[in-house]
Design a protein around this ligand. Structure first.
Ligand code: HEC
Length: 106
């Protein structure tokens, strides 16, 4: 519990512009630019103009918010984990964005 509070305050400090839930503009920026390597290299997502084919096509897959958060936080298969390079706000904005544009039900 204490650890969670600490982690949250640290990530708020580290991030000069905290994302609001459902901030899809911010999520798109994380998808296309802030994540390194960029999600676009490996995934197709038409709203982001990406056509990567190494990972699943996210338009077709329509992952849930949970699936995105788990995959990005911990990595899956050859997909790298981003928990050290992206803040939890960035990962949540990313999940909101993908769910919104790929049309999954939360
Ligand atoms: C180096 C290529 C690569 C990059 C970069 C990458 N992915 Fe992936 N991703 C994959 C591969 C490959 C899989 C399938 C893994 C498997 O099922 O073994 C995957 C799976 C996924 C899944 C499905 C997880 C599941 O539940 O099956 C989601 C959602 C996802 N990626 C989102 C993202 C997002 C968002 C980013 C950017 C932060 C990203 N990926 C960056 C290659 C990548």
């Amino acid at each position: 519990m204490r650890k969670t509070v600490l982690a949250v305050s640290l990530s708020l400090l580290a991030c000069s512009y905290p994302a609001l839930a459902g901030d899809t503009k911010k999520g798109k920026q994380v998808f296309t630019e802030e994540a390194q390597p960029s999600c676009t290299v490996c995934h197709t997502l038409s709203d982001a103009g990406s056509s990567g084919t190494i990972g699943p096509d996210l338009d077709e897959m329509k992952p849930s918010r949970e699936q995105v958060i788990n995959a990005v936080t911990g990595g899956v298969g050859i997909m790298p984990a981003f928990n050290e390079s992206l803040s939890s706000e960035q990962i949540e904005a990313l999940a909101d964005y993908i769910v919104e544009v790929a049309g999954a039900t939360r």
